[in-house]
Ligand binder design. Structure first.
Ligand SMILES: *Cc1c(COP(=O)(O)O)cnc(C)c1O
Length: 231
């Protein structure tokens, strides 16, 4: 199937998962994850009406999406991979949101780089809930500290808008749902405690997004179901 057909199918199944969960239509946004796929594939998706993209690696994101900018394409890019501090400068130039912030030093660096170019940026804090990699905050006290710093407006160029996670790679639905419930619970608890609105829950990938939508996802990050297998 073509990228356009895959997009249509994924969009239809997002709409039906929203309806099944009693959620309003278009309460979930599809982030098309184009990592490891060539520029031509991204253009195909844009021409099929997609403009919201996710990339894992800053260098790849920067070269692909700078080229798209120079060709006049319109898009909204989120960075979803673990960020080294020395990559923050390029990341904030090209993206509207960094979803994978997992250390306070990264928040500090994002603030520093955004201040330099007078740019405001959204961030999500990534929470480790069971995925095999080490990505994400593992210590809830540290996560809480990051949220409270953002709530106190410590970083004037950063708007914290929610949380992100990757569920474990398993067929066990209960285990997957548990991971989504953890970040929803943390979001509910901390947004109330620090009086900060945290509307976004970025969770769900090609293999588990209907479950994520049932558990409250507002962004689903989908790569292979749109672009095919990665090399
Ligand atoms: C690659 C990736 C995705 C998309 O994964 P698929 O299984 O291809 O849909 C989502 N989130 C993150 C953080 C990723 O690295």
């Amino acid at each position: 199937m073509s990228i356009a057909e895959n997009l249509a199918q994924v969009n239809a199944s997002i709409r039906s998962a929203e309806a099944a969960a009693g959620r309003s239509s278009e309460s979930v946004r599809l982030l098309a994850v184009s990592k490891f796929h060539p520029l031509e594939s991204v253009i195909e998706a844009i021409e099929a009406g997609q403009r919201f993209f996710g990339e894992n690696r800053v260098q790849e994101a920067f070269s692909k999406f700078s080229e798209l900018l120079s060709r006049g394409y319109d898009f909204d890019l989120h960075i979803i991979g673990t960020l080294q501090r020395n990559k923050v400068r390029d990341a904030v130039k090209i993206a509207s949101c960094i979803e994978s912030v997992d250390r306070i030093v990264v928040l500090e660096e994002i603030e520093r780089q955004c201040a330099k170019i007078s740019k405001n940026i959204d961030v999500l804090l990534e929470v480790h809930t069971g995925e095999e990699t080490k990505a994400g905050f593992t210590d809830s006290a540290e996560l809480e500290r990051a949220i409270s710093l953002c709530a106190q407006k410590t970083y004037p160029h950063i708007t914290l808008t929610g949380l992100m996670t990757m569920a474990p790679n398993t067929d066990n639905e209960e285990e997957i749902r548990r991971s989504f419930r953890i970040i929803r619970g943390l979001r509910d608890t901390f947004s109330e405690k620090y009086a900060i609105s945290l509307p976004e829950l970025s969770m769900g990938m090609s293999g588990d997004y209907p479950l994520a939508i049932a558990e409250g996802a507002t962004i689903v990050r989908i790569g292979s179901a749109i672009f095919g297998a990665r090399q």
